[in-house]
Design a protein. Structure first.
Length: 320
């Protein structure tokens, strides 16, 4: 435990790396900043069902589980349901409606109304799912910046992968109409896992912060010419000191850390893409997008290392 506690966080290493570069380059008034939090706009379903089942009709359904479901939803608990609870209710309604329809003749008015209502709910399920993604705390917080460090010892990776796989599967089942295969109770269970570990928030935040740091430091270094870094007819002590800073802090500490982030994102971003592909957050999770979190991190690291490769060629010193 003492060893873990004494391990410097990525933020500490980044700031130390920056300070050492500043000391050698005699930089003035430069300070690393963090990226802005990604805003997730509230989404309103606008999916009011045109068909409703009244109290007298509800009495005729007492032999169906659907009656109990509707009654529970209509009480105060149903009125204050979260977006995930609302989605779960819509799915349960459709599943119970199919069973309830067997109790009525097709020509019955109630049969037609139940079938119409279930059909409307099924047509709107994708919107209810989207409302859960954009309005439910467990998903919205994924895009907020975290001050907590993440590393190999951070708990919740495998649990989060499992939960996100189930959410992705739910999305597929909704989009392919396989509603009877859904287990509605699992929706809340998966959200509880996401909320317990907050791993998505930690990972996305860490990747975005590291990307932003890489970009800022690369931009800083690009301001310096060969004469600043390794003046002609002078010894290369300054360049060698810069090289030592790069090797000690970036190559030995920040590069392995970023490899860890990339590995985690390569597992989770495909699930993010499956889940958020139809929302405003799609550009940050689409594997074909240059603004995607994983691609941005890789590109920022590549650009930073590329500057140093050019530095070694320009100053004619060995990186070893």
């Amino acid at each position: 435990m003492a060893l873990i506690a004494c391990t410097p966080s990525s933020g500490d290493v980044n700031h130390t790396y920056t300070q050492r570069l500043e000391n050698v380059l005699k930089t003035e008034s430069f300070k690393l900043s963090k990226p802005s939090t990604l805003a997730v706009n509230h989404f309103t379903e606008n999916t009011e069902d045109k068909a409703t089942i009244g109290m007298l009709e509800l009495a005729q359904l007492r032999q169906c589980k659907l009656a109990t479901l509707i009654a529970e939803h209509n009480n105060q608990l149903g009125k204050t349901a979260t977006p995930a609870n609302v989605l779960s209710y819509q799915i349960k309604f459709i599943q119970n409606a199919n069973e309830c329809l067997e109790s009525f003749e097709e020509q019955d008015d109630l049969f037609k109304k139940i079938k119409l209502t279930a059909g409307q709910k099924q047509a709107n399920l994708a919107n209810y799912f989207k409302a859960m993604l954009l309005n439910e705390t467990e998903f919205k917080q994924s895009w907020q910046l975290s001050s907590t460090h993440i590393d190999e010892n951070t708990a919740g990776f495998s649990e989060t992968v499992s939960a996100m796989e189930q959410i992705a599967k739910l999305n597929t089942q909704i989009n392919t109409g396989k509603i009877n295969a859904i287990e509605p109770e699992q929706i809340i269970s998966q959200l509880e896992v996401l909320n317990r570990f907050k791993y998505n928030k930690l990972l996305i935040s860490a990747a975005r912060v590291q990307t932003h740091y890489n970009q800022q430091l690369t931009a800083l270094l690009m301001q310096y010419s060969k004469d600043d870094l390794c003046p002609a007819n002078k010894n290369k002590q300054k360049a060698q000191t810069l090289s030592n800073v790069f090797k000690k802090f970036y190559l030995e500490q920040l590069q392995p850390y970023q490899s860890f982030l990339v590995g985690r994102l390569e597992t989770l971003q495909p699930l993010y893409q499956q889940i958020w592909h139809d929302t405003e957050m799609a550009p940050f999770v689409d594997s074909d997008s240059n603004t995607a979190i994983l691609q941005s991190l890789k590109h920022s690291a590549k650009s930073h290392v590329a500057w140093w490769q050019g530095f070694y060629r320009t100053c004619e010193i060995s990186p070893l």
